[in-house]
Design a protein around this ligand. Structure first.
Ligand code: C6P
Length: 407
């Protein structure tokens, strides 16, 4: 069992009062807080090792390169990938997906081809495909949802056919919490000869993740949602795929030779990392991974399932309150989107802030899903390792306060 009291000691930001109350941070699906080890890794890098990588012969450059490439190996280990060379560092999940849309999509998607996604997706797994479809004369198809917040498997199956070149779906919904049976979806894509991209922005940080078990060809996620710094994303690709793809951006570090007539590319993954990368933050992602590994991802998942179950049981006792997404906490992650009758989510979040409780309100970059739910926005509480049952009572107090104000 996670020792939450002790664990909170590792997160300096949590030791403050907001609007006169203990800070209760329930917005980890947007971005997580950072443990001391991650902050120290950033400071330590700048104090002891700051240098550009892959270029210098001097000691600092070698040290920085070793630490940067060391994180690539840690990422591979964390997601069960056998080759660190299949891991590309980007800025975030959004950039990882855009990289695939350009470097793979512009080469392999053509007129009349189809890309299958779902109405559950985050905008970063919708818009890059719409842009690609417009460039290529292809079409984007949308699988629908069931009333209880699952992806409708029959609708997905019906959409996947001979024209399908790519199926791109999220692993865990940032609004409903739904965990999709992605291995099944990957198999459906592969049977049709299509590739499968997995948006793992909300899953890699919260559950034991084995890239082989997902069946995915591409996996995208962000460091800042897994206790790491902002400005670093990951794209993993099945062995051999990166070699077949064109570069995303051109510049330093991604070339083998540059001639007036033409240039040639560096080996993967460097072919996809043009220019000086976000060295310090990549190194600090390594510290975040070590922190999560020390906790144990099985423990992290167990903790979040128990906390989600407790939060749902408690919130459901509030008259009229409705929770979106699957009822079974085992089928979802630590994300609880809810409606308080008569209270707009933005008012709910403002009142919660007055109680020191940070929740998110809005469409959560999922406007297609909002339309399916027939709401303009939701209030959302989302959890990470530092949240405990004692964070739920302040949320309930804030909801009760909002109900009185808007009664
Ligand atoms: N969701 C949320 O509050 P970036 O911004 O590129 O790091 O991650 C994008 C992204 C992609 N997929 C899913 C499933 C996500 O949840 C997110 C980010 C945040 O829900 C910010 S909108």
């Amino acid at each position: 069992m996670l020792d939450i009291e002790r664990l909170r000691e590792d997160f300096p930001i949590l030791h403050q009062r907001v609007n006169g109350h203990r800070l209760v941070y329930l917005d980890s699906a947007a971005t997580t807080q950072k443990p001391r080890g991650v902050i120290d890794a950033l400071v330590n890098y700048y104090e002891t090792s700051n240098a550009n990588i892959h270029r210098g012969i001097h000691t600092l450059a070698q040290r920085a390169t070793e630490q940067y490439e060391g994180t690539r190996a840690k990422v591979a280990r964390f997601i069960g990938a056998s080759n660190p060379e299949d891991v590309v560092f980007t800025r975030n999940t959004t950039e990882s997906i855009n990289l695939v849309a350009h470097s793979w999509g512009d080469r392999f998607i053509g007129e009349g081809d189809e890309i299958v996604i779902s109405q559950m997706e985050h905008h970063s797994n919708i818009v890059p495909w719409q842009l690609l479809a417009a460039r290529a004369g292809a079409a984007v198809r949308f699988a629908s949802l069931t009333p209880d917040g699952h992806l409708d498997v029959d609708s997905l199956r019906a959409l996947i056919g001979p024209r399908t070149k790519l199926v791109s779906l999220m692993h865990m919904s940032n609004v409903l919490g739904t965990i999709n049976p992605v291995a099944e979806f990957a198999e459906m894509a592969h049977r049709a000869g299509a590739l499968f991209l997995l948006d793992a922005a909300q899953s890699v940080p919260h559950l034991p993740f084995d890239v082989r078990a997902t069946g995915a060809d591409f996996v995208a996620f962000s460091a800042h949602k897994m206790l790491g710094p902002t400005g670093v994303g990951v794209l993993w690709a099945r062995e051999g795929l990166l070699e077949e793809m064109d570069p995303f951006m051109g510049g330093g570090d991604m070339i083998a030779t540059v001639r007036e007539e033409a240039s040639t590319w560096a080996e993967v993954p460097h072919k996809f990392e043009a220019g000086t990368p976000n060295i310090a933050d990549v190194i600090a992602l390594g510290a975040a991974i070590e922190y999560l590994e020390a906790l144990g991802m099985d423990e992290v998942r167990r903790h979040e399932v128990a906390l989600t179950a407790y939060a749902m049981d408690t919130l459901e006792r509030i008259p009229g309150l409705a929770i979106h997404g699957p009822r079974d906490p085992e089928e979802r992650g630590g994300v609880v989107s809810f409606e308080v009758p008569g209270v707009h989510p933005h008012d709910m979040a403002t009142i919660a802030d007055g109680h020191g409780v940070a929740i998110r309100a809005g469409h959560h970059c999922a406007q297609l899903l909002m339309r399916q739910l027939r709401v303009p926005a939701t209030s959302r509480a989302s959890f990470s390792v530092y949240n405990g049952e004692d964070d739920i009572a302040p949320l309930v107090e804030a909801i009760e306060h909002a109900r009185k104000v808007f009664a």
